[in-house]
Design a protein around this ligand. Sequence first.
Ligand SMILES: NC(=O)c1ccc[n+]([C@@H]2O[C@H](COP(=O)([O-])OP(=O)(O)OC[C@H]3O[C@@H](n4cnc5c(N)ncnc54)[C@H](OP(=O)(O)O)[C@@H]3O)[C@@H](O)[C@H]2O)c1
Length: 301
Amino acid sequence: MSDKKIITVFCATGAQGGAVARALSKDPDLHVRAVTRDVNTQKADKLKSLGVELVQCNTSNPASVRDALSGADGCFIVTHTDFGKQNSFEMEVHEGRQIADACKAMRVGSVVFSTQRSSRVLGLQTRHMDAKAEIETYMHDLDLPLTCVMVPCYYEQFMGLFKPEKIDNNKYILEIPMGTTPMHLIALDDMGVVVRQIFNNWQTFIDKTIGICGDVLTIRDVAAILTQVLRPKTFADKPLTVNDYRNKKDFPGVSDWANLFTFRMRVDQIFNIHHTKMIHPQMKSFEEWARENADTLHNVL
Ligand SMILES: NC(=O)c1ccc[n+]([C@@H]2O[C@H](COP(=O)([O-])OP(=O)(O)OC[C@H]3O[C@@H](n4cnc5c(N)ncnc54)[C@H](OP(=O)(O)O)[C@@H]3O)[C@@H](O)[C@H]2O)c1
């Protein structure tokens, strides 16, 4: 029988879970069990090609969660937010608690949870962050062997939610309401490597919360870097208030995101680039990431 450690990765077809599954799959001492609701998708095939085991599991079915954790030495948990649903907070907390209960029942030895701070201290609602903070508390109450990673916005968001808007031929603006406050950011792949380091150095990291971060930049800095890397395209920071953002943008969860920006501007958090570099010295700056992904960025913009 193989003596590899089994690590179950939830949301393995997603951004965070996918990054973690890829990073763990490169470690010959680990066996990755990737959780998805549907094993017959392109994303699932991609994971399979990395040599990971796919398991079909739906968090609405507690037995399937326990099966996914059966015999697992560790697991990585990120919970999904369905902003389109009115009760998205309750749904996410329920999902997180189900997984936490299953970890306890299956005696999983190392649990890494992707957490966030609740913005309720400022009277703000950010359902995705509030839910994760609630789940983290529940995990502590259960006394799970736990390490939390607090994950900032991904560099990849500049191809998604933060995608610069084209205003003219080769001219783009960034509309992110952070003012002059620097934003903490990280590349998804680097986030995955940090989680691998946590599993591989468990005694160092157990019981800790680590605010990971690959770069700290104002939106103006981001625009300058994108201009440098993607010329002849040019990018500018278009300052807007959080309320402008809330009123102008139209996507599910816009209010939660607007409140996230307010929270990030007002509350000093524990994202720490120096600490993260000690864990993962090859971690990329935003500029390094943008240069490496210049072709994709050109295609997306
Ligand atoms: N965006 C950011 O910059 C950022 C930064 C830090 C933290 N976060 C947090 O990260 C969380 C999401 O992580 P992510 O970015 O990795 O998500 P994602 O890329 O959107 O992936 C979502 C994952 O959730 C799974 N899932 C389980 N139940 C689902 C359901 N009912 N509907 C849709 N998908 C479901 C999907 O797996 P299957 O379809 O295969 O089952 C998929 O793997 C969010 O809650 C957010 O708060 C985001």
